[in-house]
Design a binder for this molecule. Structure first.
Ligand code: 5AD
Ligand code: SF4
Length: 491
């Protein structure tokens, strides 16, 4: 698995960082940077850090492409279409760049992330407007790379110097005490040593590396001080985390979570994405012991067929996965399980697919992500015999998604009438409406005053939509403080 998928996640980071940018840049020439993010949450986190790195250079974030002096596409390479989207976006950007040139304005274009890592120079060959190609482990060098590009050379930087990046992240964290949204990501681990035969991540993100406990705790403390109430720890293989603690011992993810749970103001912890092989006893026990560890687990299994699991090099059987789920549910009976599934992996027969459907029926998911297998050049899967025809993949995907949708609906419906804590995160579509998150990661819409954003409130679930829940605030604003709920931090 990689950090949680991706599907249609395409964002730009301007909303998050605009305040930080303005504060960080004082007196320099204002230039505008537009960052578009594709793919997983780790890319969202990386995009935020890229804008942090550019702030002292006088860059202010914009969500208006036409207005941008610098455009960065932070890309994803996990499935074919993602890279193709980047190339068509570059075509669109070329037109904008040409328009700007007519009024004498320049625009530099950078491609970052996993497509940059995988394709390197090929990108500037295929899209000559690209000035700068920067892999996921090199973005802390953006200012100097930009300088080189400005001097006229085409820059391609795809080194795997992950320690340098983590140290740099840490330095930034020292300086970043500005306001952050209530829910934020924090990368604790990067890369993957698992080499599933369908996956490019070990090639694009490199070997598994964990940040030190000290770096993570210090960044989390600063985030909490800046108003963050919920942190999602990120890693391509997050539960393989093995970071060094101040006394030199190596900590797993369970131990790290216990330490983070002690931080004042940090009321919610999550992590994504995990591999079944790395769910150790301590991590499972953390789900039982830690009130702030939310009852949600994204634990991809990819297939329910032992034959396909083996061909995928997943290194566990269907039965081992069932037994693991039993242990997790014993520790946290209320947990919402999520996962990733691939249909149409080479050699997948009707029976193999039926085994996957059966596994889904037996486990019962709160939600899940599913994909048609897409052949990735350079991975062992790409050259395997018995590639599955496209129409078979499509039919299997539709059947699987219908089953998951049914389970998701049932899971959501089981929340009806419950009262649960909701972290209020932002304003909703309609006036007077806020959107928050349930402990099980469902969006919850409710009427509430805006000054409650950033607080955790008791909410009764009164209705169920297809993707979100509708709630009613239990404590009125007048009850705040007396209700024992946590008030929103001062703006
Ligand atoms: N084809 C289809 N899906 C893939 N994923 C990763 N690589 C591929 C591929 N080549 C899916 C897996 C993974 C998720 C992030 O993306 O399900 O867990
Ligand atoms: Fe996840 Fe396997 Fe890819 Fe590693 S190789 S990121 S475990 S899917």
């Amino acid at each position: 698995m990689t950090s949680r998928p991706e599907q249609d996640l395409e964002t730009n980071v301007t909303a998050v960082s605009a305040t930080d940018m303005t504060v960080a840049r004082k007196g320099g020439n204002t230039r505008k940077v537009f960052v578009r993010t594709y793919g997983c949450q780790m890319n969202v986190y990386d995009s935020e850090r890229m804008t942090d790195v550019l702030a002292p250079e006088g860059f202010e974030a914009t969500d208006d492409l036409e207005d941008a002096d610098l455009v960065i596409l932070n890309t994803c390479h996990i499935r074919e279409k993602a890279a193709e989207k980047v190339y068509s976006e570059l075509g669109r950007i070329r037109k904008v760049k040409e328009e700007r040139a007519k009024s004498g304005k320049d625009m530099m274009v950078g491609v970052a992330g996993c497509v940059a890592q995988a394709e390197g120079e090929e990108i500037s060959r295929r899209a000559p407007i690209v000035d700068l190609v920067v892999g996921p482990q090199s973005y802390h060098q953006l200012p100097s790379l930009l300088e080189k590009a400005r001097a006229g050379s085409k820059v391609v930087e795809t080194e795997f110097d992950i320690d340098a990046k983590f140290n740099h992240l840490s330095e930034r964290a020292e300086k970043q005490v500005l306001k952050r949204p209530p829910s934020a990501f924090l990368t604790v681990q990067e890369g993957c040593d698992k080499f599933c035969t369908f996956c490019v991540v070990p090639y694009t993100r490199g070997a598994e590396v964990s940040r030190s406990v000290e770096q993570i705790v210090s960044e989390a403390e600063r985030m909490a001080a800046a108003g963050v109430r919920e942190i999602t720890l990120l890693g391509q293989n997050v539960n393989a985390y093995h970071g060094t603690s101040p006394d030199g011992a190596v900590w797993g993810l369970g131990r790290l979570l216990r330490r983070l749970a002690e931080i004042d103001g940090l009321d919610r912890l999550r992590y994504t994405t995990s591999h079944p092989r790395d769910m150790d006893d301590d991590l499972i026990a953390a789900h039982r012991d830690l009130k702030s560890l939310m009852p949600y687990l994204h634990l991809p299994v990819q297939s329910g067929s032992d034959k396909i699991l083996k061909a995928m090099n997943r290194r566990h059987t269907r039965d081992e996965y069932f037994r693991l789920i039993d242990r997790i549910r014993e520790a946290a009976p209320d947990i919402a399980l999520s996962g990733d599934f691939i249909v149409g992996f080479p050699g997948e027969s009707d029976q193999d697919f039926e085994d996957t459907m059966d596994l889904i029926r037996q486990v019962g998911y709160g939600s899940a992500f599913s994909f048609k297998y897409s052949s990735r050049p350079g991975t062992p899967g790409a050259t395997m015999d018995e590639q599955v025809p496209e129409d078979v993949k499509s039919a299997r995907l539709a059947a699987l998604q219908a089953l998951v949708a049914e389970q998701q609906k049932a899971f959501n419906a089981s929340r009806l009438g419950m009262t649960c804590d909701v972290l209020l995160e932002k304003t909703g579509r309609n006036p007077g409406q806020l959107v928050g998150k349930s402990p099980w990661l469902q969006p919850v819409q409710l009427d509430a005053p805006e000054d409650l954003i950033g607080s955790i409130q008791a909410v009764e679930i009164v209705d169920i939509g297809s993707n979100s829940l509708f709630g009613r605030l239990i404590a009125g604003q007048d009850d705040l403080g007396r209700s024992g709920r946590i008030p929103a931090p001062a703006a």
